[in-house]
Design a protein. Sequence first.
Length: 221
Amino acid sequence: MTPIRVVLAEDQPMVRAGFRSLLDSRTDIEVVGQAATGAEALEQVRAQQPDVAVMDIRMPEMDGLEATRRITADSSLKHTRVLVLTTFELDEYVFGALDAGASGFLLKGGEPADLVHAIRVVAAGDSLLAPSVTRKLIETYTSRLRPVRNVDHDGLDELTTREREVLGLIAHGLTNAEIAGTLQLSPLTAKTHVSRILMKLRARDRVQLVVIAYQSGIVNR
């Protein structure tokens, strides 16, 4: 099995070393680069083309938000996913990271195994929000959005009725398994619907789907 290639961006040397030691102990993860600043993170990601960039938000020179934004905007890095580390559950910076295109969020105070799990989830193409904040984060973030009722996002008109229904459930924070149970579908069918929605809306991940659903007015608060 090809290991998941990771770049670690964290400005505190001891914390970064701890992350490195943790990930090096896993046979399916390989740390291919490290960075202490956002600028270094961007440089390392461009050079190494990793599967996942683990990105601290607060870093000198260029913060993690700007580095994330540049990574997700770079077409040559379309296969790199960004996992953002944050200290507080509803840190103001998390909302900026949503806009910047991060695929996952994890609290620094969690268990070591949480970081390993998060990297695996994000590398597989799924999105991850810390379980303790998923729905709260979505609710708080989307309450700040102004839906654009008369302007459809590209691809919305391509969605079937069922896909719009699934998109609505994604926007409320449901997992594929929960979507399957709610709509009485098989887990595979639910996953297929989500994949098709991602493709039609040209979205990187589920986090972007949440934003699209609220901004376009498909889901009411």
